[in-house]
Design a binder for this molecule. Sequence first.
Ligand code: URA
Length: 235
Amino acid sequence: MSVRAERYLAEIGIAVYKRRGFDAQRADAPAEPASVATLLAEPQPAVPSAEAWERLAAEVRACTLCGLHKTRTQTVFGVGRRDAELLVIGEAPGADEDRQGEPFVGRAGQLLNAMLRAIGLPRSEVYIANILKCRPPGNRDPQPDEASLCTPYLSRQIALVKPRAVLAVGRIAAQWLLQTDAPIGRLRGRVFRYGESGTPLVVTYHPAYLLRSPLQKATAWTDLCMVKELLQRRA
Ligand code: URA
């Protein structure tokens, strides 16, 4: 592990213990072909990507498909490199995100940024989006109909970014993307294949959970190492 990574790990409160052979087995574990969600992008006409992004962003800004539009301050579309290798998918905007119009800007976002930096991927290098583009009141869990109505927007973002890997953060995002009710402890630590393109998908704990349960940061670190390893493989 590089000195830089160790520094960041210390920053997010993970004690570094050196172990031989660490993670090699897990990172090489066979991908999961079954039980994979096939939430495909709806067929879109071929348009230049900048135009497609603008069209999508405008649709999201004006969206009234579910009741959440009545209580939102603004929609939270997504942020980052449109050609990112890594797409991070969270659950839904919280109060800070609803106010600022950007995903993961609160305390959980600060931790997410530090976790990404620790694997050499600053926030500016990835793309970050949520399952829901509007804040559920009182930060309640997204309802299935809200997630269903919002997912085509996310699918179009995925189709535009064409990431080499997806990181699903938190139980809600993971269960929705993989269309499973398996507990997050059984979803993390392995590589799924997502969608028709079979993009590798790794699940990890939500940073808000890690803020409450700091002992799990070390486990989340192994998930991030898996992502890093996937990205380092030849395309
Ligand atoms: N939690 C999420 O899942 N997404 C955000 O954007 C903020 C907090």
